[in-house]
Structure formats: structure tokens, C-alpha cells
Design a protein around this ligand. Structure first.
Ligand code: ZN
Length: 408
């Protein structure tokens, strides 16, 4: 026996039960019902049949039963008066599909989903029918409609239905007949290096450009999107270079194209000489939270200017900075961030003399360590600090992130 024949048998068995046959008879007596709305009343009896096929079988079973003369016959239904539940909405699936296909147009997407703004009048009439005859085996009309339209669009466009992570949601409004699209963002992961100073990571009023725009604009243009959002695995200050590769995810809003030439885009970005990207690859929304959750150690190169000459023996004491440092929120960011005390671990620190009052430090520290303040002490808000250990004012005059220790 084929699967379909078995389903039919199962439905027939169920309809052999008096209560279900009675339910069908009652539903048909309540007013004209299309096959879709009739079949949907018995959706949970089996799951392998389409509602319209099931509706036809139910109608036939009722017509063939002994008290058939009391009910509309299968033949009578062929003249098809308007269904009193859906007002023949399910007869209009093809025109809906044509409109939805037109809305999708040349938009590039591999996957899609259908969502409906239900017509509250249909919901009310369906609920009334359930109240009358029992709705425990029924499927809500909206769900049926979404699936049916989805199947048609799948066949017509080759796009795969994906309810969990669709690239585009086809939104249909049963009250107005309108079809609109909600295009999910395009997510692009990669790693960047920032080769120049004076460049903020994200768009910022006072600055002419940003990493967000240098990386994001070529991608946005290629994807024909509306705008971008930039998610970095932490960020360096505007005046700090990032010579190690920092992971990021770029989000392009409302992209019309998704199959992009990543190598060409990387080449275009890298030609700016300001930012270099590597490892561009498609990503997903869930990866943004994962990226934000990473707390990698960073390595830095800091050039430190001292107020007084310091001898090598004094510089040797810088080794004392390895360990835990206590940092109050720096004065320079107090306006934006709450004043709190944090403990961060300096893993490693080496020094090299560049001049009588100039030292280069190589530091590896836990994520979130304020390096400029580790040097200056920020008026005693960071302890210990280079200034405190050397006993002379110290200032970080040049800072580079040299490595971001992801996945070690
Ligand atoms: Zn109907």
C-alpha cells in the first residue's frame, strides 16, 4: 500500500467513527464550506494529506453515509457557493503566489518563509465553527495558508522554505491583499587590521570615515543594501592601530544581492591602505553574540615617554606590573561608562629602551585592560602603573594592538 493510500485508509477509518462523521455532517450543515476549510477541521487525524484532498474525502464519506440526504452532497458542492469561513480565500492562492513572486522579483535569496497578517473576520468565523463542532483536530487557517503559499513559491521560484532562518520573509496581509518583504540582513564575518591612526571603528560624528564605512560601504554597494552595522570583537581607540587581526561581523541591512565576490571586495577594501581585511566569509546573526562573548587576551606595543631620566635598574622594576592591576573607569571615558573598579591581569610585560626618556613596552593583558592608564596611572585610578613603579610621570605616546589571541 502506498503512503498516500494508507493515509486515506486512516482517514476513512477515523470517519467510520460516528462522532467524526457526525462532526463532518454538522460542519457542512453550518453553512457552505470549501474543501480546504473542511479538511482543516480534521488536520490532526493524519498528517500526510493536503487539507483540500482531505476535505474532498470527508465530503465524499459524508455523502456516501446512510443519512446523506440530510446534507449537501458532493455534487452540490461543485457549484461552490462562497465558503462561509474563508470566503474562498483558498481559491485565490494562485493570484497570491503571482503577487508574492512579483514582490520577490530579482531579489537574491536561497531561502524564504511566508508569514500572514490574519484577517480577524476569518479567525472569528473559524473559531465559531470550532465552537460549534469541535476544533481539537483542526489546524488554524493562517498556518494552512502560509504553508500552501510557501509550497507554490517554492515551486515557482526554486527558493527553499526555511522557517527557522529565512533570508527573506514574504509578509501577506489577508485584510488588504498586500504583499511586502522583510529582508533579513546579510552577515559577513572577517578579520581586520587597522593600519593608520585617527580612525574610529564605527561611524562617529567628528570623523570623516570609519572602519565600518571603509569595510562596509563596498559590501553594502555590492549587496545593494540600505545600511550597515559593524560588530567588532572589542575595539581599539581611534588613535590606536590594530596590527593584529581583529575578528568582526558586518551586517548589511536589506540586501538585494547575497552572492558576492568576496575576494574582489577584500581587494577593494585593502586598496584603501587604511584597513586590511582577511578571511571574509558568510556568517549568521547567532555569530554576533558569539563574537561579542569572546574575551581574548590582547598584545600591545606601547611607546612610553617619561618625565625624567630613568636607569635600567629602575626599568627592571616594570616586571612588578605582571599580575593583577586594579583599574577604575578612566577619566576619559567616565562620561560614557559607569565608574567602577575592575581587576585585570597583565600576563606578560617586556621593555626596550628607545632613548633616555623613551621606552617601548610589549604587553600581553587580559581583555578589557586599559593600557594607556596602565602607563599613566590616570591620577591614581589604575594601580599599580608604569608611572607608580618608576616613580615618575609616564605617558603612552603611541599604542598598537599587535595580536588578538582568539582561540588559543
Ligand atoms: Zn474555506
Amino acid at each position: 500500500m502506498t503512503e498516500r493510500a494508507w493515509r486515506k485508509t486512516r482517514l476513512a477509518d477515523a470517519l467510520a467513527r460516528d462522532d467524526l462523521r457526525q462532526r463532518a455532517r454538522q460542519a457542512l450543515a453550518a453553512g457552505p464550506l470549501c474543501d480546504a476549510c473542511l479538511g482543516r477541521l480534521f488536520a490532526k487525524v493524519d498528517t500526510g494529506l493536503a487539507n483540500t484532498d482531505r476535505g474532498r474525502l470527508v465530503r465524499e464519506a459524508v455523502a456516501a453515509s446512510p443519512s446523506a440526504q440530510a446534507c449537501p452532497s458532493a455534487e452540490a458542492s461543485l457549484s461552490a457557493p462562497a465558503c462561509h469561513v474563508c470566503h474562498n480565500l483558498f481559491d485565490t492562492l494562485d493570484p497570491w503566489a503571482v503577487r508574492a513572486e512579483a514582490a520577490l522579483g530579482s531579489l537574491e535569496s536561497e531561502t524564504f518563509a511566508v508569514a500572514s497578517h490574519a484577517d480577524p473576520r476569518i479567525v472569528r468565523r473559524e473559531q465559531a465553527l470550532w465552537d460549534d463542532v469541535g476544533g481539537d483536530l483542526a489546524e488554524p487557517y493562517k498556518q494552512h495558508f502560509n504553508r500552501s503559499l510557501g509550497t507554490r513559491l517554492w515551486q515557482a521560484t526554486g527558493r527553499e522554505p526555511d522557517l527557522a532562518r529565512p533570508e527573506v520573509i514574504v509578509l501577506v496581509d489577508h485584510r488588504t491583499g498586500g504583499v511586502t518583504l522583510r529582508i533579513e540582513p546579510l552577515f559577513l564575518a572577517g578579520r581586520y587590521r587597522k593600519l593608520v591612526r585617527g580612525l574610529p571603528q564605527c561611524r562617529w560624528k567628528a570623523w570623516p570615515t570609519s572602519i565600518q564605512d571603509i569595510v562596509g560601504e563596498p559590501v553594502r554597494r555590492a549587496a545593494d543594501g540600505d545600511d550597515t552595522r559593524f560588530h567588532g570583537c572589542g575595539r581599539e581607540d581611534t588613535d590606536v592601530r590594530c596590527l593584529g587581526q581583529r575578528p568582526f561581523i558586518l551586517e548589511v541591512r536589506r540586501p538585494k544581492r547575497r552572492r558576492l565576490d568576496w575576494a574582489a571586495l577584500a581587494a577593494e577594501i585593502n586598496a584603501t591602505g587604511q584597513v586590511e581585511v582577511d578571511g571574509l566569509a558568510p556568517s549568521a546573526r547567532a555569530d554576533v553574540a558569539r563574537l561579542k562573548g569572546l574575551q581574548p587576551d590582547k598584545s600591545y606595543r606601547a611607546v612610553v615617554e617619561l618625565a625624567e631620566d630613568v636607569d635600567d635598574a629602575a626599568l627592571g622594576r616594570l616586571a612588578d606590573l605582571v599580575g593583577v592591576v586594579r583599574q577604575r573607569t578612566p577619566m576619559r571615558v567616565l562620561k560614557r561608562r559607569p565608574n567602577r573598579l575592575r581587576r585585570r591581569r597583565v600576563r606578560n610585560l617586556e621593555w626596550k629602551r628607545l632613548g633616555p626618556r623613551l621606552v617601548e613596552l610589549t604587553v600581553r593583558a587580559q581583555a578589557g585592560t586599559y593600557i594607556k592608564e596602565l602607563v599613566s596611572s590616570d591620577g591614581g585610578r589604575t594601580r599599580p602603573s608604569v608611572a607608580e613603579v618608576l616613580g615618575t610621570p609616564a605617558k603612552c605616546v603611541e599604542l598598537d594592538v599587535t595580536a588578538i589571541h582568539v582561540a588559543e
